[in-house]
Design a protein. Structure first.
Length: 252
């Protein structure tokens, strides 16, 4: 029952797809993804506008759906990155209902779908997780290490987030969901952390704590004056450049 209550505070899926890639000038194709427990997920594979520098598995946050991440895809595509956007179970056109274990299963299935695309070189795949998706990306990276991991606006754990936003609730009663701080210590892949200095949802202290706990090689980029939901909207070019520059260092 506690887990069911937590889920009601944790996931805010939107079923309606209000924008499509072609509407924002992106070249994309639909991707159908089958999970190992029988769910069917919907995704878009967005082809880079410039010569490809790598391939991004994008794991979005807890609200909306992939249509709300087209600005992310546009920024990355212009910078020369192919992007697979996909919806977790219960989001967008994906079947099922969201859960922590479900997001992990969905990420594994989405990775396989990305690798099946003819343009994709498995050695050049990066996981990019946004907010809750950062926790999913980190868990996936421990299971199947990529070229690198990007954590955008990441929290240390759900329990820590409860302490931030609901200090009157006994944190001990909250399941230790998405425990990224303990997981990041085990990460072997190169790490890039991106965070808005004025993030009102996940304070930048979470990003810094993850950075301090992680092993080298690691990079932290804090965007001055930006928050949780406007980082890409207001700094799209800087956002993409931070990722591409970091990738260039990995390949040097």
């Amino acid at each position: 029952m506690v887990r069911a209550v937590l889920n009601s505070f944790l996931y805010f899926p939107e079923r309606r797809i209000l924008r499509w890639p072609a509407e924002v000038g992106l070249t994309a194709r639909d991707v159908a993804i089958e999970t190992d427990d029988g769910e069917r997920l919907h995704g878009w594979f967005v082809v880079s506008e410039a010569p490809s520098r790598g391939h991004v598995l994008f794991l979005h946050g807890n609200g909306g759906n992939i249509a709300d991440r087209l600005d992310h895809a546009s920024s990355l595509s212009r910078a020369g990155l192919d992007v697979l956007l996909f919806d977790y179970r219960g989001y967008g056109h994906s079947s099922g209902r969201p859960s922590e274990e479900g997001t992990y299963r969905d990420a594994r299935a989405a990775r396989e779908a990305l690798l099946s695309q003819q343009e994709v070189d498995a050695s050049r795949v990066v996981y990019l997780g946004e907010s809750l998706g950062a926790a999913v990306a980190l868990a996936l990276a421990l299971d199947v290490p990529p070229l690198g991991v990007v954590l955008q606006s990441a929290f240390t754990s759900v329990r820590d987030m409860v302490r931030e936003h609901y200090p009157y609730l006994p944190a001990a009663l909250v399941p230790d969901a998405y425990p990224s701080l303990s997981r990041v210590e085990k990460l072997r892949s190169p790490l890039l952390i991106l965070h808005g200095e004025r993030d009102e949802v996940v304070p930048a202290s979470h990003g810094r704590a993850l950075f301090e706990a992680a092993r080298e090689p690691k990079t932290l980029r804090v965007f001055r004056g930006l928050g949780h939901n406007d980082l890409v909207e207001r700094a799209a070019d800087d956002y993409a450049e931070a990722i591409v520059s970091w990738l260039g260092e990995l390949e040097a």
